[in-house]
Design a protein around this ligand. Structure first.
Ligand code: PLP
Length: 288
């Protein structure tokens, strides 16, 4: 049992555990030099294997968008099981599955690895919520139609712009971001999906606006439906955000955080509903 990161390399000859303190990526790896690869984040709770189909579907969709080969789901699952074995089940894990185009000038074999480490403790932020600023993503909501090479909706390794948006939020004194399109739609967070409730309807922007298909958003929709609320994908105008009864940013490891402040204005937070949503998400991650 360890509480240190575990790194497993998925090589053609098998899965190899390596020292997490040692460098593993070549400087000539396309992932290192260009961010040319894809990844997924998986939350492990109580040492239980979570449902993986939606995640593998998205990993493969991302790989296809980048013309990368696919890695057998069974190999990823085996590596995940190995990483779970290594850790104390009491510890929540944040696991990254990553795959790049491989070595420049190489034979095209992708570089693939799994990194499992104890997740940050998000208990406080799940209870308190976050302050958010809206920031322009710089594209129209239909940009993906004319420019698929923007790879909108793919979970690729070039997350420097997402990290830059989060730093800008921090400069503005906020915790997080809702990215908006140049035609005025609210899209998603840099690492999360957006949910917005008005009355008994919960909405989330659709993937046609060039956003990632959120796995937590899908599970959250099932939670709200179980509570008798209606759910739907719908365009959400950025200028209407403040009129919603509640906003959440949702993602696999952090789960659901309510937006308590939007561009400096206070928003209502339903602490009880948020706590129940988070319990539901944790149960879903444990495959209950
Ligand atoms: N949107 C973006 C841009 C993300 O990076 C993420 C997660 O990292 C999400 C949405 C939420 O996805 P999921 O709920 O599957 O973790």
């Amino acid at each position: 049992m360890t509480s240190s990161p575990v790194v497993l390399l998925l090589e053609p000859s098998g899965i190899r555990k390596v020292d997490p303190r040692e460098p593993q990526l070549a400087v000539t790896d396309w992932g290192a030099t260009r961010g040319d690869g894809v990844f997924e984040s998986v939350s492990i709770i109580d040492g239980r294997m979570p449902p993986l189909d939606a995640r593998f579907d998205r990993l493969e969709a991302s790989a296809r968008a980048l013309d990368l080969p696919l890695i057998d789901r069974a190999r990823w699952t085996e590596a995940l099981a190995m990483s779970i074995e290594e850790h104390d089940p009491a510890e929540r894990l944040a696991v990254t599955l990553a795959m790049t185009r491989g070595i420049e000038g190489g034979d095209g074999t992708p570089t693939a690895w799994l990194l499992a480490r104890p997740a940050r403790d998000f208990t406080g932020i799940r209870r308190r919520g976050v302050s958010v600023v809206t920031l322009d993503r710089g594209y129209a909501s239909d940009a993906a139609d004319g420019a698929p090479w923007l790879l909108l909706g793919a979970k690729h390794l070039s997350y420097a712009t997402n990290a830059a948006a989060l730093r800008e939020a921090s400069r503005r004194g906020a915790d997080d971001v809702i990215l908006t399109s140049t035609d005025g739609l609210a899209l998603e967070g840099p690492t999360s999906s957006l949910l917005a409730r008005r009355g008994d309807v919960v909405e989330s922007p659709g993937v046609e606006s060039g956003i990632l298909a959120g796995t937590t958003q899908a599970t959250a929709f099932r939670f709200f439906e179980s509570r008798g609320l209606r759910t739907r994908f719908a365009p959400i105008r950025a200028r209407d955000l403040a009129d919603y009864d509640a906003l959440w940013l949702v993602s696999s490891v952090r789960q659901a955080v309510a937006v308590h402040t939007l561009d400096g204005r206070s928003m209502q937070v339903d602490e009880e509903l948020t706590a129940e949503l988070n319990d539901w998400l944790a149960r879903a991650a444990r495959s209950e």
